[in-house]
Design a protein around this ligand. Structure first.
Ligand code: NAD
Length: 250
């Protein structure tokens, strides 16, 4: 018996092969969920969904395009009859110093995390409210809590701090309808988000700050997402869960 038997889950930004979204989608599928992988490229989203096994769905969806997000969520509700779980995982980062942030950098990084989380959540909330059931998991970052310092610049910290604000305020508003919203704050996890720009010196410095002495694995984050998505966390809403090997104990 899986923790998510009979559940239908949407994970954004989940086509990246070594990413947190893909690992989460895979674990959800292993626990019985039917999963939709949304990402920018249709073929990559479909390939990632096919990796999970039959019945899973891959769809192109740019999370900052409100109309497209609504269309995709409506199509999934039509196909499945329900969406039980949404993981707002799509995100990008850039290693810029404060004075290097140009308007286009600010917009790119904050838009994917903030507009993306807002639009995807708005697109499923009426449905979840109506069913009086839903679990939404948002990807923030330790960068929001400690003021950056891993890879992403201040605009990334701001975007991820904004995700915590959205999480807590939406959790408060949606709680009466039994729609739960929680955030995960991963520390340094080995994925492709740094696009090969993490130098060996940067990596050494990051590892030195992790009491557990290792980078996180995507599955470490996926396990936490599974807990928050499932009924094991039925009385948790508005929480921020640290998955960081002890790199920020507060
Ligand atoms: P990743 O780069 O491996 O995957 C991110 C995915 O998001 C990619 O597949 C990309 O195509 C997709 N994406 C980007 N913009 C999109 C858009 N507009 N619409 C739809 N999809 C879009 O990254 P990851 O490391 O797996 O990170 C996943 C999430 O976790 C991100 O929100 C990231 O900020 C957060 N996070 C990661 C780490 C880490 O150390 N890896 C730490 C803290 C937080």
């Amino acid at each position: 018996m899986g923790l998510l038997d009979g559940k239908f889950a949407v994970v954004t930004g989940a086509a990246s092969a070594r990413g947190l979204g893909k690992a989460t989608a895979k674990l959800f599928a292993e626990h019985g969920a039917t999963v939709a992988i949304l990402d920018l490229d249709q073929a990559q989203a479909e390939a990632a969904a096919a990796d999970l096994g039959p019945n899973h769905v891959g769809m192109a969806c740019n999370v900052i395009d409100k109309a497209q997000v609504q269309q995709v969520m409506d199509a999934l509700i039509e196909k499945w009859g329900q969406i039980d779980i949404l993981v707002n995982n799509a995100g990008i980062t850039q290693p810029l110093k404060f004075m290097e942030i140009e308007p286009e950098n600010y917009e790119a990084v904050t838009d994917v995390s903030l507009r993306g989380t807002l639009y995807c959540t708005q697109a499923v909330v009426p449905h979840m409210r109506q069913r009086k059931s839903g679990s939404i998991v948002n990807l923030s970052s330790v960068s929001a809590q400690r003021g950056g310092g891993i890879f992403g610049g201040p605009h990334y910290s701001a975007a991820k701090a904004g995700v915590l604000g959205l999480t807590k305020a939406s959790a408060r508003e949606l709680a009466p309808d039994n729609v739960r919203v929680n955030a995960i704050c991963p520390g340094f996890i080995a994925t492709d988000i740094t696009q090969g720009k993490l130098t060996p010196e940067m990596k050494e410095q990051v590892l030195a700050g992790i009491p557990m002495g290792r980078a996180g694995e995507a599955i470490d984050v996926a396990g936490c997402a599974l807990f928050l998505a499932s009924d094991l966390s039925a009385y948790c809403t508005g929480t921020e869960v640290d998955v960081n090997g002890g790199s920020l104990i507060h």
